[in-house]
Write a protein that binds this ligand. Structure first.
Ligand SMILES: O=C(O)CCC(=O)C(=O)O
Ligand SMILES: [Fe+2]
Length: 531
């Protein structure tokens, strides 16, 4: 779970340093040991050679007989011991430093998935990423053949064969270019490429790669075994095709012409919009954008007459507003400091095992802060009530969230769609969301509204505000939103969710939009140009 928040990855640098120092030390010692071993070996070789030239004479010499026996007993013991010490030393590398943090293989898989998520969301070229470039800017040092191979292997193990193939292809190219010693061979990379093709249903290409492997390593056991297997599948497929053409399969004679454009599922459609919004490629419709404006907020509370708040309409009907400078840098620092020790991953119940497992749809760490425990938190709640005009009587505690690289939250509603037992104590559903941005984000990390086509890019100190419910109390489906993966930097936000309880006289309910949840969409009234 280390990859989810930058604050958790930081301690790994200490681990890294320790391992580097140990390896340095190990290599010096190992080299000394190898010098001794090589000297021994040279003596052995010379000795053996002279023995072979005249065996009876060599063995007839009692000193020679003794040294031969000594070399193959006590000397050999010493050599074996020396080799063992070498490996023992390195074996203890992680045990020696049990006080530092080590990532697990799950962390590795998580980091690999985060990388593919970024690659897919932001349309990044694998070849660019492998060179350490991001959107044309040098981002990190280029990845080695070994890095690409490990990443490919991790993705393969996660059954993401398409991306495994992309990374293995680059690994192979780099392997040939680098010409460096590695613990894996060229045929190992080729095997992953071949097998990924096979698992993606392209048996012919899998066969080509297997043959390429055999050209390099004619005795490769698995490759030799796979060739007849692949040939058999290809022959069977061709036979099926022939029979279908002849019409003796009982199947339709007419070959099925695939739809020109395969139908996209609603989920896939939303995904497309989400990705475009994350990349900042969509603008809100013109009839909305022409009504957008900013102003100073002075109503709702007398306090605002003295200190008006800058507000900007980002969307109308449903209104989505940004309030600027509503958190100071000092407040942000205090909130971060308080929340950090409470950070937990968002979890869901595994449907099979019933265990709590990290949620894949929401990758971040979060913690809750209560008004009662800090004057800063209480002040923020009061400020929310000033600029929203809503009662905080049944508001939730402040939820503080940190997203690391690749951290995201998939499209969702903030309101509960069923009766949520957890919401009972709040007297009703989440009527409104206030989302504070506690950091700017260098690249990525927008909040996007997939039904509206709106992207909000984080501005430190600002807060987004919108109503989640129609006046009828029905959830407003137009408020569906998501947090895009962070590409560079770290993203901090905090949520204040305000509930229906306490708003009875501030926002009285009525029957507007009541039918929307019945599946019928009632057109919204033309947006009013101002409130
Ligand atoms: O982080 C964001 O931009 C949105 C977070 C969000 O939607 C949530 O926490 O419910
Ligand atoms: Fe949300």
């Amino acid at each position: 779970e280390l990859f989810t928040a930058i604050s958790d990855v930081e301690p790994l640098l200490e681990t890294y340093k320790r391992i580097i120092d140990d390896l340095d030390d190990y290599i010096v010692k190992e080299e000394e040991r190898l010098i001794v071993l090589k000297r021994h070996l040279n003596i052995y070789k010379r000795d053996h050679e002279s023995a072979m030239q005249d065996i009876p004479n060599y063995l007839g010499n009692p000193i020679n007989a003794f040294t031969l026996i000594k070399r193959l007993t006590s000397d050999l013991d010493n050599i074996e011991h020396s080799i063992k010490i070498g490996t023992e030393y390195i074996k203890n590398l992680t045990v020696n430093h049990s006080d530092v943090k080590y990532p697990t293989l799950e962390d590795l898989a998580g980091a690999a998935q985060a990388l593919t998520r970024l690659q897919e969301t932001y349309n990044l070229e694998v070849s660019e990423l492998a060179e350490g470039r991001l959107n044309g800017v040098n981002y990190s040092t280029p990845m080695s053949a070994g890095d690409c191979y490990e990443l490919g292997k991790t993705l393969y193990n996660e059954k993401d064969y398409t991306n495994a193939l992309a990374w293995m292809t680059i690994a192979l190219k780099k392997y040939k270019e680098e010409n460096q010693p590695y613990l894996f061979k060229e045929t190992d990379i080729m095997e992953y490429i071949g097998f990924s093709h096979y698992l993606l249903g392209d048996v012919k290409t899998a066969l080509i790669w297997t043959k390429k492997m055999l050209a390099l390593e004619p005795n490769h056991v698995r490759a030799k075994g796979n060739v007849p297997h692949y040939n058999k599948i290809i022959a069977e497929d061709e036979e099926k095709l022939r029979r279908r053409r002849r019409g003796d399969t009982g199947e339709d004679l007419v070959e099925k012409i695939p739809d020109k454009e395969p139908k996209m599922s609603p989920f896939a459609k939303e995904r497309k919009v989400y990705e475009r919004l994350c990349r900042g490629e969509m603008d809100v419709p013109q009839e909305i954008s022409k009504t957008l404006h900013c102003r100073y907020l002075t109503e709702n509370h007398p306090f605002l007459l003295l200190a008006p708040i800058k507000m900007e309409y980002m969307y109308r009907n449903p209104d989505i507003v940004l309030f600027y400078n509503v958190l100071s840098d000092q407040e942000i620092e205090d909130i971060q400091k308080m929340a950090k020790p409470r950070f937990r991953r968002a979890t869901v119940h595994d449907t099979k095992t019933g265990e709590l497992v990290p949620a894949h749809y929401r990758i971040s760490k979060s913690g809750w802060l209560r008004d009662e425990e800090s004057s800063v938190v209480a002040k923020v709640s009061r400020r929310v009530s000033h600029f929203t005009g809503l009662s905080m009587q049944f508001a939730e505690d402040l939820q503080v969230v940190n997203y690391g690289i690749g951290g995201h939250y998939e499209p969702h509603f903030d309101f509960a769609r069923r009766k949520e037992p957890a919401f009972e104590k709040y007297n009703g559903n989440r009527i409104a969301t206030v989302l504070f941005y506690m950091s700017d984000v260098a690249q990525g990390g927008a909040t996007v509204f997939t039904e509206l086509g709106l992207s909000l890019f984080p501005v430190k100190g600002a807060a987004a505000f919108w109503l989640n419910l129609h006046p009828s109390g029905e959830g407003d489906l137009a408020t569906r939103h998501a947090a895009c993966p962070v590409l560079t930097g770290s993203k901090w936000v905090c949520n204040k969710w305000i509930h229906e309880g306490g708003q009875e006289f501030i926002k009285p309910c009525n029957l507007e939009y009541q039918a929307e949840s019945m599946g019928r969409k009632i057109p919204r009234p033309v947006p009013k140009s101002s409130r």
